[in-house]
Design a protein around this ligand. Structure first.
Ligand SMILES: [Zn+2]
Length: 433
């Protein structure tokens, strides 16, 4: 039984009526390139499909005369997709040549399987481009498709035209942040906070770069912006105020809480070090520190457990009270932290403002935080007025970190940006499904 042309073409997924199947066989081929061919040969058992490609030209494309004669074949070997990278697949295509009797030019047959002057099938190219959406390194993609990493990189560069990198319009709700990328440099990123799309990524986070980007939009477009979420650094606030005079600035509520917990922990450690390491007070402050940062409403006064550091049975509520009884300032810090956390959560604007003016004296660390919060009072209150935060952008930054880790870092800023966009395309698809 001889498999016919149609079934072979069907199995390989090729649609070109000019391709005529001739043979298939195994062959041992040295896949090393250039000078490595002799020094470090990479001989592998390959599957070869042999085809003839008919030339269907009727008239000469150059002089339009119809005196074309057959002029032999020229053979090319094309890398094809394979399900098993240890057995690469090659297409050996004999392309028919025709020669014009008038102008003596020759014309080689072309197919839609492989581009002109190309030795890698279009299918491989499509597969590689799809692979960019996955969390994997260029080397691994190259190995899977029996092509070189530099070819994969070239395809990545060429993929620029596939999807528009950035949004052309400004969204109504924006979030700004930065991430560490090429050469440990900080890159600016901002996203559409409603649709969770990357608005833009800029190579650095200098004021001028950011302003130049946003100034490409008309003042009317910029005035339509409703909210901007930023972190507590005054850097982005200045930019936001200048470029978007009508937008509400929101300080990310997670940043507010992170700043306060950091201050609390610093003072807790300081208070702890006043006691000898063997003392009960030291142990009370050192261990189970997560309980202090938990919302007070989540602490229990009923469920007892054995605390091995204190060697006694306590409830989580009692445990916190025991620790706070040691230091008055720590207790004041704790009250302040809990009040702000709760009012932020419950969207209690009046009480949130009130809690920023505590009657008791706080630790120096917490006082510094308090001053920052009071200084940005309007924006802090916005954090509890609006639903928007920097949560999504932090998630995207985490994804970017993962991409860089898989690739062992990037040296080229554009390549990093392309990979980020491909990865986001894949995640958008998953969300839609
Ligand atoms: Zn001609």
């Amino acid at each position: 039984m001889t498999p016919n042309n149609d079934s072979i073409c069907f199995a390989l997924g090729m649609k070109d009526s000019n391709l005529i199947w001739m043979d298939y066989f195994y062959a041992f081929i040295n896949l090393a390139k250039g000078t490595r061919k002799k020094l470090y040969p990479d001989i592998r058992k390959c599957r070869i499909y042999e085809f003839k490609l008919r030339n269907q030209l009727i008239s000469c494309p150059n002089c339009h005369h119809r005196r074309l004669v057959k002029f032999g074949y020229s053979t090319v070997q094309t890398v094809f997709t394979t399900d098993d990278a240890s057995h690469p697949v090659f297409l050996r295509i004999h392309k028919q040549r025709l020669r014009c009797k008038d102008c003596r030019r020759t014309f080689m047959a072309q197919s839609n399987v492989v581009r002109k002057y190309c030795h890698i099938a279009n299918k491989v190219r499509a597969k590689v481009t799809m692979s960019f959406q996955d969390d994997r390194s260029l080397e691994s993609i190259a190995r899977d498709n029996t092509i070189s990493p530099s070819t994969v990189l070239r395809y990545l560069d060429a993929s620029r035209s596939i999807a528009p990198l950035y949004q052309r319009q400004l969204p109504t709700n924006l979030a700004m942040d930065e991430f560490r990328g090429v050469h440990r440099q900080l890159h600016f990123i901002c996203i559409d906070n409603d649709h969770h799309r990357i608005q833009t990524i800029l190579p650095d986070r200098f004021k001028r770069t950011i302003e130049n980007y946003f100034l490409t939009f008309t003042p009317a477009e910029r005035s339509r912006l409703y909210t901007i979420s930023v972190d507590l650094s005054s850097y982005y606030q200045d930019i936001a105020r200048r470029l978007f005079p009508h937008a509400e600035i929101i300080i990310d509520r997670f940043h507010i809480i992170a700043m306060m917990t950091r201050a609390f922990n610093q003072y807790r450690a300081q208070a702890m070090k006043q006691f000898p390491k063997t003392s009960r007070q030291y142990r009370l402050l050192k261990f189970s520190w997560q309980l202090y940062l938990k919302s007070a409403t989540n602490l229990s006064y009923e469920h007892e457990y054995y605390d091995r550091h204190l060697r006694q049975k306590v409830t989580s509520g009692e445990r916190v009270d025991l620790g706070l009884a040691i230091n008055d300032r720590l207790r004041a810090d704790y009250q302040f932290l809990q009040n702000v956390m709760q009012n932020l959560k419950q969207r209690n604007l009046d009480q949130l403002t009130e809690s920023l003016y505590p009657g008791t004296e706080l630790s120096p660390q917490m006082t510094a935080v308090l001053h920052t919060l009071r200084h940005n009072l309007m924006y802090v209150l916005n954090a509890s007025r609006f639903d928007y935060s920097n949560g999504t952008i932090e998630g995207i930054n985490r994804m970017i970190k993962q991409i860089q880790r898989t690739a062992f870092g990037f040296r080229n800023y554009n390549h990093l940006v392309y990979r980020i966009h491909f990865r986001q395309m894949a995640q958008k698809k998953n969300q839609a499904a």
